[in-house]
Design a protein around this ligand. Structure first.
Ligand code: ATP
Ligand code: MG
Length: 494
């Protein structure tokens, strides 16, 4: 172990928020050892802006609770942790951990339950990468480096502590972390890791809880280097573990959306990680829509069913939370509303809660060469910057164009020259994008329901009616993924 002068490694207390200093100081005053550890130390050394700061101490969670009283909450099952509220911020305070006991690992060697307190040396050995295992005591201006981690920082090298095979077997999520840190920090991956990073190894991710994989996918999407990590997911065989049935190919649309996400993060704009799921699953959604329409299901119903199907399938890998699922389906539904809006509804649509996301999605499609948007991305783009008069003129011109093309279609299909002028009858009211009933109760999706509402059936054979799924619906024939929860690896806070 070497003790480094923190100021020589580019660290100083001036870079630290008062919340983490408060936690370190309070624990030290109470007679405990306390350090900043992990990504915060690493990122500061690299001149990056740390996402957060984690603390580690020799005080047990209940001792931490004694120090901070009502400002502290003990959380976690597999890993018991203390959450300390300091001002508006929350600091995670972990206790030094010893190696897990054999009795609580699964047959495959995966750690299931793990509250075995230990020394700082033991705690160090359990961390993943050397660069994540430096202990910074800001008041002493010291960094404890047990493994020449600072050299790896300087060499921009990602090195796992211990035997890489064992470390991946213990927690397969470390494979995702490898790619995330390599992409985020632009570090090279140690050849010892590359040697064992095989498709067989990535298969271990099958046993990781889909909740944890969703969390990890969010971290990949929001780290600011999504564009860089996407091809790596394919190269290392992680893609097919994370995304059910999504063709492993970086389409122009995916590439543009990934770059766009990174840019937004760079300039401090908010991003909704579910948006990128909407992008990834878009082709599957469309294919599924076509499938239902091919069976004679009306378009709106086909979209509703396709959305449910595609998300359900993806949930076998990453469980997307309900609110994110609703967001994704709304973005998809917005596509058809924005593609051929009823003229009376244009203004209302442009102030709809989901307009921005739907429009961004449409524009990304258009800019990545999707001609099926009929130029409506650019149309809406221009529309938003118009004065009221210009908007009126734009709507009239759109209306004329629309009537013309509808007439053409009607002429060619039926020979009937009378085209209904919807603009006289349609209301300005916008129907909900996703039916409440579908989004509120996940169970209702798979339960047959006899009280079906107004459905339009073109084919007697189809089993699909309105939001209900009957027993012979294709979804119900899918193999259910049964998971033995005793074998599932839970995340640190689950
Ligand atoms: P960032 O917060 O920038 O994503 P981080 O390194 O801080 O990166 P966290 O997930 O916040 O990552 O974890 C904090 C620290 O806990 C890590 O730096 C590492 O030392 C340790 N750690 C986290 N996950 C694992 C894991 N799966 N295996 C071993 N150690 C881990
Ligand atoms: Mg962190």
């Amino acid at each position: 172990m070497q003790t480094l002068r923190a100021s020589k490694c580019g660290l100083s207390t001036a870079q630290l928020p008062s919340s983490i200093l408060d936690v370190i100081d309070s624990l030290t005053k109470a007679g405990y050892e306390a350090y900043i550890v992990g990504g915060g130390v690493r990122d500061l050394m690299l001149g990056l802006n740390p996402k957060d700061f984690d603390a580690v101490t020799n005080a047990t969670p209940s001792q931490v609770k004694e120090v901070f009283g009502r400002r502290c909450r003990i959380i976690g099952r597999r890993f018991e942790l203390a959450h300390v509220y300091s001002g508006r911020e929350l600091i995670e305070v972990a206790t030094f951990r010893a190696p897990p006991k054999k009795a609580i690992t699964s047959a495959q060697g995966m750690i299931l339950r793990d509250n075995n307190w230990g020394t700082i040396e033991q705690d160090f050995a359990r961390r993943d990468f050397s660069i994540n295992a430096m202990y910074y005591q800001p008041r002493k201006d010291e960094v404890l480096d047990f493994c020449h981690a600072y050299d790896d920082i300087k060499d921009k090298k990602l090195r796992l502590l211990g035997d890489p095979t064992l470390r991946f077997e213990e927690d397969p999520v470390r494979m995702l972390r490898t790619l995330r840190f390599a992409a985020k920090l632009n570090f090279s991956i140690d050849p010892e890791i590359l040697k064992i990073f095989t498709p067989e190894m990535t298969n271990l991710l099958r046993d990781v809880s889909p909740h944890r994989l969703y969390d990890e996918s969010q971290k990949l999407f929001t780290m600011g280097h999504l564009h860089r990590v996407m091809p790596m997911l394919i190269e290392f065989g992680i893609w097919k573990q994370l995304f059910a049935d999504i063709t492993p190919e970086i389409t122009q649309f995916i590439e543009r959306a990934a770059k766009n996400t990174d840019q937004r993060i760079q300039i401090g704009k908010t991003i909704n990680p579910a948006f990128f799921y909407a992008v990834l699953l878009w082709n599957n959604f469309q294919a599924r829509c076509e499938f239902y329409q091919g069976k004679g299901v009306v378009a709106a119903e086909a979209r509703a069913q396709a959305g449910l199907d595609v998300l359900k399938r993806q949930a076998t890998r990453t469980i997307i939370p309900r609110f994110a699922e609703t967001f994704i389906r709304e973005v998809w539904e917005m596509q058809s509303r924005l593609l051929s809006p009823k003229p009376q509804q244009i203004e209302a649509l442009s102030s709809h809660a989901r307009f921005r996301a739907g429009f961004d999605f449409l524009l990304l499609r258009e800019k990545s060469g999707d001609t099926t948007t009929n130029g409506m991305g650019a149309w809406w783009d221009a529309y938003q910057n118009m004065s009221t008069d210009e908007k009126e003129r734009a709507i009239s011109s759109y209306n004329r164009q629309r009537a013309k093309s509808r007439k053409k279609v009607a002429d060619s299909v039926t020979g009937d020259k009378a085209v209904v002028d919807e603009s006289k009858s349609a209301s300005t009211h916008i129907e909900p994008l996703v039916k409440e009933q579908e989004s509120r109760n996940r169970r209702s999706r798979s339960k047959p329901n006899s009280s079906a509402s107004s459905g339009d059936f073109r084919s007697a054979k189809t089993t699909v009616n309105t939001g209900e799924i009957t027993a012979d619906h294709p979804i119900t024939k899918r193999r259910r993924v049964q998971r033995d929860l005793t074998k599932v690896i839970f995340g640190p806070t689950q």
